[in-house]
Design a protein around this ligand. Structure first.
Ligand SMILES: [Mn+2]
Length: 359
């Protein structure tokens, strides 16, 4: 079944092209191409003009692209004799928008020869801004990916125990998510125990978990190319008073942010709500990253929730809320939920318990 969303997305992108006075847009970033077409392959390009949409690919993917196509793309075969640049040459008098972070220096040089540099514009922000607000089909996929992550967390709790390595835990979680329908992971699973839990992004190692450890699990999976992202910290066997108190500070900071996040709040303000609680508890120096980030086709995308980012939250954005405290060489705690910004507040897609779990 064709989704009608693609046509709407393309026409919205065209409106943005017009605003930037672009005659054509050369789309090279995989997530942006997928966003416009629902198609994925290792070699294809999308070119939009004010009226036409072109998908260019080689022999290997041509039939697949034709079969997938249902939103008015003209599919064009490229090969060594008729390259993407030969195709673009016929627009040489026009202004072209490119995705500056997804073009090689080599490709850029060829474009400069065709268009001259005055007619080439860095336009990746067109997609960044467009993809900020998720439509209902995108939210459906993200919700499903979040449900699978929640399921993997509740399931792994039944298996974790002293003697198990971080890597074994990560492998089990990956298989839980894939068996439940995830196509792939959003990123390599972070499983950081003991003093490694003080590493905000400690990938699973061979370390064996021990009684008294904190274990931070940060993970997510993909459904229909859309990501989820969540984090929980659990205690193995027992938790010292200091650990409990740090845990509760992070939990309170997160809850305060979840309670106040809604449309119209700035991303730096959202960050500050959580940060001020961590500051007051005396751990300000130990929260060295932003409160959260947008999630969609990419696990880290706009907006960023941090002290230095001053955009505003809007209905339809999907963001993480993930304060943390990391005490070097000792332990760390992070709690992360994935939420949709709604008209009046949030719809929290992560439902796993947040009371300190001791297993
Ligand atoms: Mn995250």
């Amino acid at each position: 079944m064709c989704s009608p969303d693609f046509e709407k997305r393309i026409s919205e992108i065209r409106r943005r092209m017009e605003k930037q006075n672009l005659d054509i847009l050369f789309v090279t970033k995989p997530e942006d191409k997928y966003y416009l077409s629902g198609f994925e392959s290792s070699n294809f390009y999308i070119v939009l003009t004010d009226k036409s949409s072109y998908m260019l690919t080689d022999f290997r993917y041509f039939e697949a692209a034709r079969k997938k196509n249902c939103q008015g793309f003209e599919i064009i075969k490229v090969d060594s004799k008729h390259s993407i640049f030969d195709f673009l040459s016929k627009y040489d008098k026009m202004s072209i928008g490119i995705e500056e972070k997804h073009l090689t220096a080599d490709e850029f040089k060829i474009l400069e020869q065709i268009f001259t540099s005055e007619k080439i514009f860095f336009s990746q922000n067109i997609f960044e801004e467009q993809r900020l607000i998720k439509d209902s089909s995108e939210i459906r996929s993200i919700r499903k990916a979040a449900e699978i992550a929640d399921y993997a967390f509740s399931n792994i709790l039944k298996h974790i125990g002293p003697g198990m390595s971080e890597r074994e835990i990560a492998i089990k979680m990956e298989s839980f998510m894939k068996k439940e329908g995830a196509s792939r992971l959003s990123f390599d699973i972070i499983a950081a125990s003991g003093e490694r839990s003080a590493l905000p992004h400690g990938l699973a190692s061979e370390r064996i978990i021990q009684k008294g450890d904190f274990l931070t699990l940060d993970f997510g999976c993909m459904v229909d190319h859309y990501c989820s992202d969540m984090t929980r910290t659990v205690a193995i066997g027992k938790a010292s008073d200091e650990k409990k108190s740090v845990y509760n500070t992070v939990k309170d900071a997160q809850q305060a942010a979840l309670d106040k996040v809604k449309p119209g709040i700035s991303t730096s303000e959202a960050d500050k709500i959580a940060r001020s609680i961590i500051d007051r508890a005396g751990y300000g120096e130990c929260f060295g990253h932003g409160l959260g980030h947008g999630v969609g086709l990419e696990v880290h995308e706009a907006p960023r929730l941090s002290p230095s980012c001053h955009s505003y939250l809007r209905e339809g954005m999907v963001v993480t809320v993930e304060p943390g405290i990391y005490i070097a060489d000792s332990f760390g705690v992070r709690i992360e939920d994935l939420v949709v910004i709604t008209q009046n507040g949030i719809d929290n897609l992560t439902t796993s318990n947040k009371e300190l779990i001791i297993i």
